[in-house]
Design a protein around this ligand. Structure first.
Ligand code: C5P
Length: 236
């Protein structure tokens, strides 16, 4: 008898990470960003100079790599009035803090190719299921409600139009002081990643039949968070 699990799936840039973090915060649950795990492995593969299509070398690397995800208190000075969250997500792989670098365009451009490989998914899904086995957690990704935790108590499918998602991605880049990419380029990247993520053979992105779809165009983060928190409370 584990605690409840909230699964939040959806395409790139629908606002999953921010919403998942806030839902977890407001319900006192843990938060697991599975995209960060695929990104960390992608960074590691690139750093090791392994070709993206060298599946056996990548399988070997992923089986030996150690990924850590921590929610740690954010320095008081780093808080802005809009962001009153005391928690900050950090990602480590093999002793290296990759929190920032896994958000780069290079990693973003390669992550779908790595995430499509069976050995990578097998290993990371196993780790995700271990993380969440006690429940009491919000897990976000592409295949959480369909594959990783098909028995999650609440399944949300978070979407938004491509234009809206590109605008948000550009804002994220600005906020993180990363190089700015044009909206046209971002829309193209998002569309390509949507296609790759939803057409791959293994655990493709799709809405679970029992997931609740939430379209976030024109909704604030607070609106979406409250909506999901209310859905969760009606379960209790
Ligand atoms: O959520 P985020 O955009 O950080 O995810 C990066 C990539 O990781 C996705 O585009 C997808 O290719 C992969 N991913 C996945 N399964 C998950 C989470 C992410 O395949 N559960």
């Amino acid at each position: 008898n584990r605690q409840p699990i909230v699964a939040i799936d959806g395409p790139a840039g629908a606002g999953k990470s921010t919403v998942a973090r806030r839902v977890a915060q407001s319900l006192g649950l843990m938060h697991l960003d599975t995209g960060a795990m695929y990104r960390a492995v992608t960074w590691r593969v690139m750093e090791a100079g392994i070709d993206l299509d060298n599946e056996s070398a990548i399988a070997e690397l992923v089986s030996q790599s150690q990924i850590y995800l921590t929610n740690e208190p954010q320095a008081e000075s780093a808080l802005t009035p809009q962001d009153s969250l005391p928690l900050r997500y950090r990602v480590w792989i093999d002793g290296e803090d990759v929190t920032q670098v896994i958000r780069s365009q290079e990693v973003t451009g390669n992550v779908s190719a790595i995430a499509a490989q069976p050995a990578v998914r097998r290993e990371l899904v196993k780790q995700q299921q271990q993380w969440g086995c006690q429940g009491g957690i919000v897990v976000e990704g592409r295949d959480i409600g369909t594959h990783v935790f098909p028995d999650a108590e609440l399944k949300i499918f978070l979407t938004a139009s491509v234009q809206e998602r590109a605008r948000r991605r550009q804002q994220d880049l600005k906020d993180q002081e990363l190089p700015i990419v044009s909206l046209e380029q971002l829309e193209q990247d998002i569309q390509q990643r949507d296609i790759r993520d939803s057409t791959r053979a293994l655990a493709p992105l799709r809405k679970a039949t029992d997931a609740i779809e939430v379209v976030t165009d024109g909704l604030s983060i607070t609106d979406v968070t409250e909506h999901i928190v209310n859905l969760y409370r009606t379960l209790q």
